[in-house]
Design a protein around this ligand. Structure first.
Ligand code: PRT
Ligand code: ZN
Length: 225
């Protein structure tokens, strides 16, 4: 059973954000005994517990106040927020800090040999993505109707597989697009990892600990500039 007096932080168990999330806590002086298999990791020197989950679950855990803090990609945070808002749910959280890792962009890409001049060329096109809400917001802002093709993985093979004419996926180096014969044509969202806090007030002790962590994170980030 988790002790409610200890600060609960949700972070990605294994994936692109896990190593740097762990490193950030270490740089802040938080000592954690990481056991790769465990869902929960405990700090030895501070009243902090780490919940290690899939990144997709982190925004909801913070919105619902199940955890106090979360480290998450802004892309996943905003996708979940838009999804909840469109379902008529309220979304509340505090953005504490944009972090210096997990940088990527959400982009539209089309097969390399397809002519493309502007997003208008995608009118009524079927677009494969794992980010339907961010894509919908962008296309609505541009006034371009499209058909959504929701895929939770292997989005980059959708055009070759005949599932879609374009894709909307995360890009960092661009190597995946290149390897799949795709061309990045629009950047629709720029993302980094960030630290968020639940909206409901924390106890004085917990808030003091959060403030201390934030000051240390600021120090770590300034030192790396
Ligand atoms: O299991 P879990 O659900 O927790 O993990 P996941 O597989 O959903 O996420 P993961 O670990 O792949 O990514 C976590 C977060 O890292 C994302 O939500 C982004 O905020 C961030 N991030 C940064 C990236 C990338 N860079 C990235 N390049 N997430 C995914 N990619 C993918 C991209 O879509 C492409 O398919 O990596 C592939 C390689 O990219 P290129 O352009 O370097 O070839
Ligand atoms: Zn995920």
């Amino acid at each position: 059973m988790l002790d409610k007096k200890r600060l609960r932080i949700a972070m990605q168990k294994s994936g692109r954000l896990s190593k740097e999330s762990q490193e950030l806590l270490k740089q802040c002086g938080v000592k954690i005994n990481w056991n790769e298999q465990r869902l929960i990791a405990y700090s030895e020197n501070m009243p902090i517990d780490i919940l290690r989950v899939r990144d997709d679950d982190i925004p909801g855990l913070v919105f619902d106040g199940v955890v106090d803090l979360g480290i998450i990609g802004e892309n996943v945070l905003e996708e979940e927020e838009l999804g909840r808002l469109s379902a008529g749910d309220k979304v509340q959280y505090k953005m504490l800090k944009r972090l210096e890792f997990g940088g990527c962009r959400l982009s539209l890409a089309v097969p390399r040999d397809v002519a493309y001049n502007s997003v208008q060329d995608l009118t009524d096109a079927r677009i494969a993505t794992s980010y339907p809400n961010l894509l919908k917001r962008y296309m609505q802002e541009e006034g371009v109707p499209f058909k959504n093709c929701l895929l939770t993985g292997s989005v980059e093979v959708a055009p070759t597989a005949g599932l879609a004419t374009a894709i909307c996926d995360l890009v960092s180096s661009g190597a995946t697009l290149e390897a799949n014969g795709l061309r990045e044509v629009e950047i629709i969202y720029q993302s980094k990892a960030c630290l968020i806090q639940r909206a409901a007030e924390l106890s004085e002790e917990k808030q003091a600990l959060v403030d201390k962590l934030l000051t240390r994170i600021q120090g770590v980030q300034q030192a790396s500039e």
